[in-house]
Ligand binder design. Structure first.
Ligand SMILES: Nc1ncnc2c1ncn2[C@@H]1O[C@H](COP(=O)(O)OP(=O)(O)OP(=O)(O)O)[C@@H](O)[C@H]1O
Ligand SMILES: [Zn+2]
Length: 737
């Protein structure tokens, strides 16, 4: 046949479907195969639909017959370069995810749907070879042209939009162009995350910060944990590292937790680097903005790329450093779809690109701490607060058998009053939003349950609603018991809304600012809410963990933790770790300026040994103790753990599926001290959105033992024909819920 004589061209593509394989196609009809390159997007026909796939390989033979031609290129751009494809392949392999879904996850929605990249192209001004040869002192007689030249010399090319915000006029640009010193080039641009700010003064580094910077070699891969107490100036270390990387002409990647990408964080970066192109990628962006920022990062135009979890999958052709701020934060682990850990991928990315990786936290995760203590990561420490701030003093306030007022002891309320009267600020941490976590009938004992989840409905008094915090089911608040029609119904327990009522009643002459998901629904809300606190006026802040992280409010001198006990008795083995991190982070908001800070921790169990260790010796000692406990129990991070999850409206089917999965795995690798199986067991939240959820837990002494087994069980499970059952592999699972 003619085909076997001629060279055949076959395209191997990642198609966004939940199957763990690639798909072969013929080149689009009428398109010269020379125009095709790995990393491009192509339209392909798939099961009667038209999908956007990514070209991974061009090969000459296929094991399949009857191949169809692809429909055409989306555009000619190579979106995923070699390094990026390597990382995404690693993700699919490690997390047992279909490669097509990994690519779909990596792409912003607009590009995933097939919008061509040049839709966002803009003009960039750059120096010609001649321009690059000039000294900064050139053009002294034309100050406007000189200023522009200096920006281009110092900070590289600038987009037209950005030049406008920096205040450079078209006349000066044209003059430089006429002299042959600059030229325009087309490429994607990023909207500045904030209006251009003044360059902020740069503090002199203290000796701890200096030592940390000296320990990081910018020229090659290393992974380091920066364990630096709250307020020790970790952010300043990040800024210096970023500066070094920019000076060497490369891109800096900064990952932050979901609630960490606040205007306050962005302001610190934009005011340090006002002339740099900064791409901020987070879930608050519109699809178009997100695609635009992503393309500027992937095209190399953006100098600093800052974002939440998914930014780790953005291709960065000139990568120079990867920094993960608050590396312990749970939001770095994706909880559905491709269940990756952005923090762990940061290290893989750094190794592939041969650049340093810095994981920073005052409360490192046990995973990272284990890697640092065992010598796999470099362990850097900063034990003192920067500037003249002192560590806060911590006191426990026992609450058992105390006359509490809406959950607050009289002593705590007195301290809050004193703080405000001195003209300072107080911060109250409450781990639950809403008015009360349950509503119950005093006569018949009826409880307001969610009809779709195994959980209670939370009462939101202001909106007069009952809401499920798991599936967002809502119904109007009732005045009488739906079961016995009694009018005596009570709200049980407390949340932020209930505490706000009390505190506003008691301290109404001061602003009482509540910060939780209900009061910060819009993008800029948090920044606005915190404005009076930033201005330094006496005020009372209360809220959930949104208040725990990253805020630097120097006039907060009192921090109150209303209830320290929640996480000490949970069925989740990670709960004490999370509680410790949260308490230390909240406590770390006190006394960050020149005024000293005090922390009051309310507890019903002040004698609890873990709580005592945490409050007396600090998170560092606490975490090291937890690590020893985990080693004894053979739990992560000492052992590797994966969950096989299943959920279904019919609980029997999910259980049976996992039971069979266990039998299948055991037939391959029988249980032994090296590999252990547990389950199927119901998830902590057994029913969610109408589906019953179970998991099977597999722990192994090494990942090398676990990986091949998981690959086999995925292949087995893909053959599962029950369409109403959903299953997933969760490698390095963080939640048992
Ligand atoms: N070398 C320095 N000299 C004086 N002040 C400094 C220095 N480094 C940082 N600071 C200041 O100390 C304060 C705390 O620093 P920063 O917010 O960077 O700490 P952090 O370690 O990131 O804190 P956290 O982890 O608690 O959020 C900031 O106001 C910062 O400007
Ligand atoms: Zn629900």
């Amino acid at each position: 046949m003619q085909e076997s004589v001629q060279q055949r061209v076959i395209l191997r593509l990642a198609v966004p479907v939940p199957l763990r394989r690639l798909f072969d196609y013929l080149p689009p009809e009428g398109l010269s195969p020379e125009l095709l390159q790995p990393g491009q997007r192509l339209w392909v026909p798939f099961a009667g639909r038209k999908l956007v796939a990514v070209l991974l390989e061009i090969v000459q033979e296929s094991p399949h017959t009857g191949l169809k031609p692809a429909l055409g290129l989306v555009d000619s751009q190579v979106l995923f370069g070699h390094d990026s494809r390597k990382l995404l392949a690693w993700i699919a392999d490690y997390y047992q995810a279909p490669l097509g879904e990994v690519y779909a996850t990596a792409l912003p929605v607009a590009l995933r749907k097939g919008k061509p990249a040049d839709h966002w192209a803009e003009q960039w001004l750059q120096l010609t070879i001649e321009g690059k040869g000039l000294p900064e002192s050139a053009l002294a007689r034309a100050p406007k042209q000189q200023a522009l030249l200096q920006v281009l010399l110092r900070d590289g090319k600038q987009s037209r939009t950005h030049l406008k915000t920096l205040g450079h006029n078209p006349t000066a640009i044209r003059a430089l162009q006429d002299r042959g010193l600059v030229e325009w080039e087309s490429g994607p641009t990023v909207p500045s995350p904030l209006p251009a700010a003044e360059r902020a003064p740069v503090p002199e580094l203290n000796s701890e910060q200096q030592q940390v910077l000296e320990a990081i070699d910018g020229s090659c891969f290393s992974a380091s944990l920066l364990e630096g107490t709250t307020g020790s100036g970790k952010t300043e270390v990040y800024l210096r590292l970023i500066q070094q990387v920019l000076d060497s002409g490369r891109q800096a990647l900064l990952l932050v937790p979901e609630i960490g990408l606040t205007p306050q964080t962005l302001r610190r970066i934009t005011s340090r680097f006002p002339t740099r192109s900064i791409a901020a990628l987070h879930s608050g962006l519109a699809d178009g903005e997100r695609a635009q920022s992503w393309l500027a990062a992937a095209g190399g135009q953006a100098d600093i790329v800052i974002g939440t979890r998914s930014v780790i999958m953005t291709p960065l052709p000139r990568l120079g450093v990867v920094i993960v701020d608050e590396e312990h934060d749970a939001s770095f682990k994706q909880q559905d779809g491709v269940r990756y850990s952005a923090r762990d991928l940061a290290v893989v990315l750094g190794r592939n690109a041969n650049v340093p990786v810095l994981l920073g936290s005052a409360t490192p995760s046990l995973e990272t701490l284990h890697n640092a203590l065992s010598g796999r990561y470099q362990h850097l420490r900063m034990r003192h607060r920067a500037g003249d701030a002192k560590p806060p003093q911590i006191h426990v306030v026992p609450t058992l058998r105390e006359p509490l007022e809406e959950g607050f002891s009289p002593q705590v309320l007195r301290h809050i009053g004193d703080t405000l009267m001195r003209g300072e600020q107080a911060l109250v941490f409450i781990n639950r939003r809403g008015f009360a976590p349950a509503l119950s009938c005093d006569d018949c004992g009826w409880l307001a349950d969610c009809p779709h989840c195994s959980s209670k409905l939370t009462m939101h008094r202001r909106q007069r609603q009952l809401r499920c915090h798991h599936c967002d089911y809502r119904r109007p608040l009732v005045d009488s018991c739906p079961q016995c029609h009694s009018h005596s119904i009570s709200a049980l327990g407390g949340g932020t809304e209930r505490s706000e009522e009390l505190l506003a009643r008691r301290f109404g002459e001061y602003p009482v600012i509540r910060v939780d998901r209900d009061t910060t629904a819009s993008k800029q809300a948090l920044d606005k809410l915190l404005a009076p606190a930033r201005e330094g006026k006496p005020c009372l802040l209360l809220g959930t963990q949104m208040l725990a992280k990253g805020h630097h409010l120097p006039r907060v001198t009192l921090v109150v933790i209303q209830d320290a006990d929640g996480g000490l008795f949970s069925a989740d083995f990670r709960a004490p770790e999370r509680t410790g991190q949260l308490l230390e982070q909240v406590a770390g908001r006190a006394g960050r300026g020149s005024l000293s800070g005090r922390v009051l921790v309310q507890s019903r169990f002040p004698e609890h040994p873990l709580l005592q260790l945490l409050l007396e010796k600090g998170y560092g000692a606490f975490a090291r103790q937890l690590l020893r406990d985990r080693a004894v129990a053979q739990l992560p991070p000492v052992n590797a753990m994966a969950l096989l999850r299943a959920e279904c409206e019919e609980p029997r089917w999910a259980e049976e599926f996992l039971h069979n999965a266990r039998l299948f795995m055991q037939s391959l690798v029988p249980p032994s001290p090296q590999i252990q199986y547990l389950g199927p067991v119901p998830a902590l939240l057994e029913r969610k959105s109408g589906r019953f959820r179970f998991y099977l837990q597999v722990t192994a002494q090494s990942r090398a033992q676990l990986q091949p087994l998981l690959a086999r069980v995925c292949a087995w499970a893909e053959g599962n024909k029950n369409r109403r059952l959903r299953w997933a592999v969760d490698m390095d699972a963080q939640e048992l819920s």
